[in-house]
Design a binder for this molecule. Structure first.
Ligand SMILES: Cc1cc2nc3c(=O)[nH]c(=O)nc-3n(C[C@H](O)[C@H](O)[C@H](O)COP(=O)(O)OP(=O)(O)OC[C@H]3O[C@@H](n4cnc5c(N)ncnc54)[C@H](O)[C@@H]3O)c2cc1C
Length: 584
């Protein structure tokens, strides 16, 4: 139910009398369409002129054609609905809609295609207005308008975010996905020590597009392991692990400069010498925090012959299964040292190595590194499938090996970066925790992802001083445990299960790895002590820079730097300096 502003105020005061949790002052909440302070239609119209007619909205949710609900936003159309239903799991469907995101849980599961046709289609936690960005000026104008009108600002690139940080109730959204320029630079000479080949690209360019473009010049960049992820949005801002990370570090280590619109609306270029604090903070301190990046310049690398291996087996014997997992983990530090990156999925006693990337390695060399694991499978008579590929450059290896991701599902995610020391000296405990995590209550299977690498920053030492949580550099495996959630559950059940999964069941993994952290982009929005886990020793400096450039919190995202100054309850975003409110 949508509440009016006076209702919200009464609700806040009522809660203040009965509960004691967070402090939120109603008057410092971002405005919603039902509030008196919400911009008038004439003001929106005028704003649209300032952004060159690029304003979209009020935007109707993607699945509105699946709802027959005259009093809501539904507009039932059987053909349209069946098209949406048929392509619901396609990432492209959600990327190309102005407000849709890959994981609808974060929209409060609003207006789903799969719910009853006669149930209301509401906007839920989706943005209401969107600026389809084509120039930095439009971003400056949008930031200034949102700030002046106290409207919540959102930034969406591809909508891949696992913590729902590219949506927000009642927000005005900056949609960057159409910033697609790619310029190859033969001899970059800027303010870093690096000179040589580079690429400048718009914030909306995907991993696939950037790898393809650089490959044409026999170069490559560090993109994510999945083709549809945006390079220039949340990925680079959080560090970004890549199939090339064991050779060249994290993706952000190769950033030479970037262009950004700051909270005061100014459009600046950040380099080691110009806005050095912003240059440091944005390279690892997270998206939607310090500004809106419009383009990045990365150094490129000469492409190299690459071997990939994919393997899969189903072990009927549980003990043998976990012995195999253990042997695989045991060899990952050495594989990482030799430049190998691996991506493994564990579920229901199936181990699926979806990709083992060996840049600059032959098939024989990669097999040799994998040999202890293969021997383990042979000695335990585990039958497996194995496919190897060797090509003369990285891009075709990536293209052939990388599976297309499915969108539109929901899961509670918990994760941890596992230090080398734990894998080398406490492997039994690690495997024992993974085994416990492989099932939830009543034997319900969880899915475990193991990404192994050696992401040390060596390639460009003067660029290694960035704000990525330093625990990355000591980590050799990134463990992600997913608890699948179902649309048929109530939201309170979904949250209860997520808390159990993240706070209780995953706690032993945190206990096993004291002083480590978690990757902010592949983690839970329930992560305890997120400042320590996601940002580590850099948090204090990041917070100061946030206060310097965005003291009023124009940019906000769940668990972003400075987000502790805000409380979000039922999608209503209020600053923490007034009435006491319980947060669920
Ligand atoms: C299928 C899949 C595969 C993945 N694989 C990898 C991987 O291999 N390696 C890895 O490191 N991560 C990976 N991730 C995680 C990925 O890094 C995050 O989901 C990331 O947030 C995606 O960024 P985006 O810009 O594409 O998505 P969005 O959801 O659009 O944005 C993510 C965040 O960045 C903010 N943002 C977007 N654009 C800008 C901008 N221009 N300026 C400032 N803030 C901005 C948004 O507000 C939001 O907070 C994967 C995720 C998925 C879903």
């Amino acid at each position: 139910m949508v509440q009016t502003f006076p209702q919200v105020l009464l609700w806040l005061v009522g809660l203040a009398l009965t509960q004691e949790v967070h402090t939120v002052k109603a008057s410092s909440c971002k405005v919603l369409p039902e509030d008196e302070e919400w911009p008038t239609p004439a003001e929106w119209e005028q704003f649209n002129v300032t952004v060159g007619g690029r304003l979209l909205g009020p935007v109707i949710p993607l699945s509105a054609p699946c709802h027959d609900n005259p009093s809501g936003l539904g507009s039932y159309d059987a053909d349209e609905c069946s098209k949406i239903t048929a392509s619901w799991h396609s990432t492209e469907l959600h990327i190309h809609h102005p407000t849709s995101i890959l994981y609808p849980l974060f929209s409060n599961n609003s207006c789903l295609h799969s719910t009853d046709r006669f149930s209301p289609c509401t906007r839920g936690y989706y943005p209401i207005y969107v600026v389809n960005i084509s120039t930095p000026d439009q971003i400056s104008a949008t930031v200034s308008f949102a700030k002046a009108k106290n409207v919540r600002l959102n930034i969406k690139n591809t909508g891949h975010d696992f913590l729902g940080r590219s949506t927000g109730r009642g927000s005005l959204s900056i949609w960057t996905t159409h910033l697609k320029s790619i310029e190859l630079i033969d001899s970059y000479a800027g303010e870093t020590e690096y000179t040589g080949h580079a690429v400048k690209f718009g914030a909306g360019v995907s991993v696939l597009d950037l790898l393809e473009a650089t490959d044409k010049a026999d170069k490559m960049i560090l993109g994510g392991a999945q083709r549809s992820v945006g390079v220039g949005g949340g990925f680079l801002a959080a560090g970004g692990h890549s199939p090339l990370s064991s050779r060249f570090g994290l993706a952000v280590d190769s950033v030479l400069e970037f262009d950004i619109v700051l909270a005061n609306g100014s459009f600046v270029t950040a380099t080691q010498k110009s806005y050095p604090d912003i240059f440091w903070a944005v390279r690892g301190g997270g998206g939607s925090t310090f500004g809106v990046v419009t383009s990045w310049t990365l150094r490129t690398f000469d492409t190299m012959p690459t071997t990939t291996i994919r393997m899969k087996f189903n072990a009927s014997n549980e003990e043998n299964y976990w012995k195999a997992v253990s042997t695989f983990l045991e060899i990952t530090p050495n594989m990482g040292d030799q430049g190998v990156y691996s991506f493994v999925v564990l579920r229901n006693q199936v181990m699926h190595i979806t990709a083992l990337y060996g840049p600059n390695l032959t098939v024989a060399e990669l097999d040799q590194l994998l040999n202890p694991f293969l021997e383990r499978l042979h000695s335990d008579a585990i039958k497996y499938t194995k496919k190897s590929l060797h090509v003369t450059s990285f891009f075709p290896a990536f293209y052939e090996t990388n599976a297309v991701t499915k969108a539109g599902w929901d899961a509670a995610m918990a994760s941890r970066l596992i230090p080398r020391d734990v894998v080398e000296n406490n492997l039994d405990s690690l495997v024992s925790e993974l085994k416990k995590l492989s099932t939830f209550a009543n034997g319900e299977p969880r899915v475990i992802y193991l990404m192994s690498f050696n992401p040390i920053c060596t390639v460009e030492p003067n660029l290694c001083d960035n704000s990525v949580n330093p625990v990355w550099r000591k980590s050799v495996t990134h463990v992600v445990a997913n608890l699948p959630q179902s649309r048929n559950m109530t939201m309170s059940d979904i949250k209860r299960r997520a808390r159990l999964h993240v706070l209780d069941d995953f706690q032993p993994m945190r206990d096993l790895t004291p002083g480590s952290g978690a990757y902010m982009n592949e983690a839970s929005d329930f992560e305890p002590d997120f400042q320590e886990a996601f940002y580590g020793v850099n948090y204090g400096r990041l917070y100061e820079i946030k206060q310097k450039y965005d003291p009023t919190g124009v940019f906000y995202a769940t668990q972003a730097v400075g987000s502790e100054n805000w409380t979000e309850s039922d999608g209503v975003l209020c600053s923490n300096d007034g009435v006491e409110v319980k947060v669920d």
